[in-house]
Design a protein around this ligand. Structure first.
Ligand code: 8ID
Ligand code: ZN
Length: 358
């Protein structure tokens, strides 16, 4: 096979300044140079990339750690390997591969050794500390690049690379077992819709919480047994409790919303001995719960952060087996700004994917 042609320049969506408004011109669609992979890296010709709320947080400067500038965001990039460094042996030119949030890690610290590589102090983050997948050619460490099975459609599989992996890991962290109930908060959004599908595939009963008729329709279609509307509910805590089969509340709660309030509510409706898993990352938010209640109801509150390489392979395998189907819309990379606008207004049911060729 002849070596793929790699151009000198490519189109990318570039953020030059964080902390501004999500309005016009926050993202520039322009040509930038194509980088060369280092010895342990691969260059992926990104075909499609999902748009995660994390990309919007990065652009707005919502979080306490600074993003690189100028920044090419994106961490749900699905494409084809077109070049590799001289040390890379197990990824071939032509392989289908994914640029995910964890772009690289040291592979030798205590966290990496124990399969907790997202906790590595040297972790490189796609679309945050290194350029990500909102460009036609992106780099990742070969050890971390996701191996996408050939039969998976690159457009539809792209959002699995963050949304899918993250909620799959969160559900495992929740300890919920087949037949038990899980409440998914923010269920109509990107992570939420994937969470409904993974939870269903794992044999869980899903209580979906989000707002509005469109999200209700999507959540029910994906398999939620109950939808609780946070915008119109008179007593959300009572409604969520009542939705579990024995009315004692869900065994687990997956928080993927981008507001602080639901983080405070969840500890009130989770059942005794249940687990609240925090995944969403609203700006400047804290989580607090009454100590008395937490103790005497033995409530477990924890965080969950993306997934390791094994979680990545497992989440992709659920997708390959046809168990995960989530609605998505595709637009050109040049329209990323419009996607951010809809996202900041809470208007997206499911995920948006950008096509890097347009
Ligand atoms: O590893 C991680 N922990 C990780 C990985 C990936 C993403 C964390 N995240 C974070 C993102 O940074 C973001 O903060 O998860 C959050 C959700 O990302 P997303 O799913 O990409 O966002 P979205 O598509 O905008 O969905 C958010 C949903 O929350 C609903 C909205 O209506 C929307 O559907 N929502 C809100 I805002 N407030 C709500 C409330 N009070 C609510 N749903 C229920 N109750
Ligand atoms: Zn993400």
């Amino acid at each position: 096979m002849s070596a793929p042609h790699i151009p000198q320049e490519q189109y990318a969506a570039v953020v030059e300044k964080t902390g501004g408004q999500s309005g016009a011109k926050a993202v520039l669609y322009k040509k930038i140079p194509v980088q060369k992979p280092g010895p342990d890296e691969v260059l992926v010709n990104v075909k499609y990339s999902g748009v995660c709320h994390t990309d919007l947080h990065a652009m707005l400067g919502d979080w306490p750690i600074p993003a690189k500038l100028p920044l090419v965001g994106g961490h749900e990039g699905a494409g084809i390997v077109v070049a590799r460094g001289e040390l890379v042996k197990d990824v071939q030119i032509g392989d289908h591969a994914g640029i995910k949030w964890l772009n690289g890690s040291c592979l030798s610290c205590s966290y990496c050794n124990n399969m907790d590589e997202p906790l590595c102090g040297e972790a490189l983050l796609s679309g945050y500390t290194v350029d990500g997948s909102f460009q036609q050619y992106a780099i990742a460490k070969a050890a971390h690049v996701a191996r996408i099975p050939r039969e998976c459609d690159l457009e539809a599989v792209a959002p699995v690379l963050c949304a899918g992996i993250t909620v799959y890991k969160g559900l495992k962290e929740s300890g919920a077992k087949p037949g038990q109930s899980v409440a998914i908060v923010g269920a109509g959004g990107g992570l939420g819709t994937f969470a409904i599908q993974y939870a269903k595939a794992m044999g869980l009963n899903v209580i979906a919480i989000d707002g509005g008729a469109e999200k209700k329709g999507v959540c029910e279609k994906l398999g939620a047994s109950t939808f609780v509307d946070f915008q119109s509910s008179k007593d959300l805590v009572a409604e969520v409790r009542a939705a579990s089969s024995d009315r004692l509340g869900p065994h687990a709660v997956l928080l993927v919303a981008v507001h602080e309030k639901p983080f405070q509510q969840a500890t009130r409706y989770v059942r005794a001995r249940g687990t609240v898993v925090c995944i969403g990352l609203p700006a400047n938010a804290t989580i607090s719960a009454p100590v008395f209640d937490t103790v005497v109801r033995m409530v477990n509150i924890k965080g969950s952060y993306v997934g390791n390489r094994a979680d990545t392979a497992e989440a992709l395998e659920f997708y390959r087996r046809g168990l995960i189907k989530v609605p998505f819309k595709t637009v050109g990379l040049s329209q990323l700004q419009d996607v951010y606008k809809l996202m900041s207004e809470g208007q997206i049911a499911g995920r948006y994917v950008v096509d890097t060729s347009k």
